[in-house]
Design a protein around this ligand. Structure first.
Ligand code: PEP
Ligand code: MN
Length: 333
């Protein structure tokens, strides 16, 4: 819509689109409002819309992902959660253990990562494990501990939701719902989480293309949940020295294709402790809006992912290095 378009003009166009069978998504930007119309373009002549009062231009979005594309929404999206923000000049670091194991474990780690500058506390309570015999997470009890630690240390929290039946529990206890790599194309989960008004951390599937990641985001957004943070967490390649291959190039590629913030997870992306810091530095230099990093005070005894968890002192050293890189590219931590 034109900058001077009035509310009446905007609703008239939206109503007309709806009458033509389109689903309308309204984005109110700083300077102008954009109406995203999802539907079958063959049913209308777009010139009819171009001449309506207040319309600036009608653009056809040729990408298969619409609401997540930068063509539709040129302005960068900023997802704000408590003190944290993803998508602005602030680089936001999510840190914490892979799994919540006990109150003592979580509170010890939370204190360390908070002091080092992390804004969001992570901790899995429902764990997607390759083996059914591995630790599966503390479930509800783990979420209660995460909530308590978030309150104690004034941090926002994130934890994974693995299935629809867990959604309510997650909504009540955490600030950001994580959809894990293994569930990136769980369409029924995406649809249900898409009905919420709650930020989502959507992790790239281990064999998913960037387009598939954006299509997964589209499921969330088409349901009305626009607060999506993308996460590059490594993909499976022929290389097996590392657990996964962290696709750093996915960061600038996604930035160009989409307005959604993107962060990197160098912990799952490499699977090896001493590879985490170099890849975290690289991700920030490449333009990531944030990082997700696993930290454990006693990784040898961790119930999951100890081998890729940083010691607290390694994490705080990394944060110092990241601050310098952020400064060099006009951002801050
Ligand atoms: C996690 O972050 O705890 C996790 C299991 O990650 P991913 O889904 O990327 O494997
Ligand atoms: Mn993990």
């Amino acid at each position: 819509m034109k900058e001077m378009a009035t509310e009446t003009m905007i609703s008239a166009v939206a109503e007309r689109l709806e009458r033509n069978g389109f689903q309308v998504h309204k984005v109110v930007g700083v300077n102008r409002t954009i109406l995203g119309a999802i539907g079958d373009k063959r049913t209308v002549d777009i010139r009819e819309f171009e001449i309506l009062d207040g319309v600036h231009e009608v653009i056809r979005i040729t990408e298969p992902y619409k609401l997540s594309s930068r063509t539709f929404h040129p302005e960068q999206t900023v997802v704000r959660v408590k003190e944290a923000s993803f998508g602005d000049e602030q680089i936001t670091v999510i840190a914490g253990p892979c799994s919540v194991e006990s109150e003592e474990q979580l509170f010890t780690i939370a204190k360390e990562v908070k002091n080092a500058g992390a804004k969001v506390l992570r901790g899995g309570a429902f764990k997607p494990r390759t083996s059914p015999y591995s630790f599966q997470g503390l479930g509800k009890e783990g979420l209660k501990l995460l909530k308590a630690a978030g309150e104690e240390f004034k941090m926002a929290t994130v934890s994974e939701v693995m299935e629809n039946a867990q959604i309510e529990l997650l909504v009540d206890n955490v600030d950001i719902l994580q959809i894990g790599a293994r569930n990136m194309q769980n369409f029924s989960l995406l649809r249900e989480v898409g009905k919420l008004k709650k930020p989502v951390l959507l992790k790239r599937g281990m064999a998913a293309t960037i387009e598939e990641l954006l299509m997964a985001a589209e499921y969330l957004m088409s349901g009305g949940n626009y607060q999506v943070i993308l996460c590059e967490r490594g993909i499976r390649t022929f290389e097996n020295y590392t657990r996964n291959t962290l696709d750093i190039s996915a960061i600038p590629v996604t930035k160009k294709l989409s307005h959604l913030p993107i962060i990197a997870d160098p912990s799952h992306g490499t699977g090896i402790r001493d590879k985490v810091a170099p890849m975290a530095r690289a991700a920030v230099a490449a333009g990531a809006d944030g990082l997700a990093i696993e930290v454990h005070h006693d990784p040898d005894r961790a119930l999951s992912d100890g081998a890729q968890s940083l010691y607290p002192n390694q994490f705080s050293r990394l944060m110092e290095e990241l601050r310098m890189i952020a400064w060099a590219i006009g951002k801050k931590i």
